[in-house]
Ligand binder design. Sequence first.
Ligand SMILES: Nc1ncnc2c1ncn2[C@@H]1O[C@H](COP(=O)(O)OP(=O)(O)O)[C@@H](O)[C@H]1O
Ligand SMILES: [Mg+2]
Length: 258
Amino acid sequence: MHVLAITNQKGGVGKTTTAVNVAAALTKLKQRVLLVDLDPQGNATTGSGLDKSNLSYSIYDILLDPQLAQGDIFSLSQAGYHVLPANRNLAGAEVELVEGERREYRLKEALAICSDRYDIVLIDCPPTLNLLTINGLAAATKVIIPMQCEYYALEGLSDLVQTVRQVRGHLNPHLEIEGIVRTLLDPRNALAQQVSEQLQKHFGDKVYNTPIPRNVRLAEAPSHGLSAIDYDGSSKGAKAYVQLTQEILQRLTEVKVK
Ligand SMILES: Nc1ncnc2c1ncn2[C@@H]1O[C@H](COP(=O)(O)OP(=O)(O)O)[C@@H](O)[C@H]1O
Ligand SMILES: [Mg+2]
């Protein structure tokens, strides 16, 4: 089971859009997928067609009692992948967890329990480096970083590389950056193109070949509780996410010869 944390401490860079669309595309590729919503805003939850105000179980329950993962507690999205959903209760979990034992490893414990039920777990992280994100990074085997190609992006990225290094040192020795996704790319924006090129120069192969263009279908789909792939599969945004997902899957299953 691969556990991919989708993270960036900036908000609005396309983390949730990437999580939902990659989850849907992986499902179409016959992967058994669990999407974990670690953001109290619950955007991945609503974007998957679930009602935030009416959840029988949420990630909040799991963080307080990871053993609950033994049961059949996961919600089914409209697209057919499973969801461990979130709502505003989750903001309280952070406070309650601070005193808890092994507080950084709650999600990891829960995922270990259901590791034979899924091929890929995607974790949609909140835009802050809090105990929730730490739970995500401690549980993950790999990190995927969505990045909007703008002037300050590279600076933010070096903070993130630093964070991953620290988590590796303290909590999760095998954590690696799996890839960087260029999101919200406007091909007519010269600065975005420059930043995109710089990214490729600095990070080489880590940058996925497929960029995600700015596309209105990607922004519309969540209000229908769908990924863009299920909402309008012929849109540029949906096609880009399908192509990116193929790339992600290929990279995950590649045998690395050193
Ligand atoms: N490629 C895109 N094209 C158009 N709108 C996008 C795209 N990616 C994300 N959005 C929109 O931008 C906003 C922020 O995206 P989101 O995925 O929620 O970011 P994050 O989870 O990093 O905060 C949302 O309203 C989303 O619908
Ligand atoms: Mg989000």
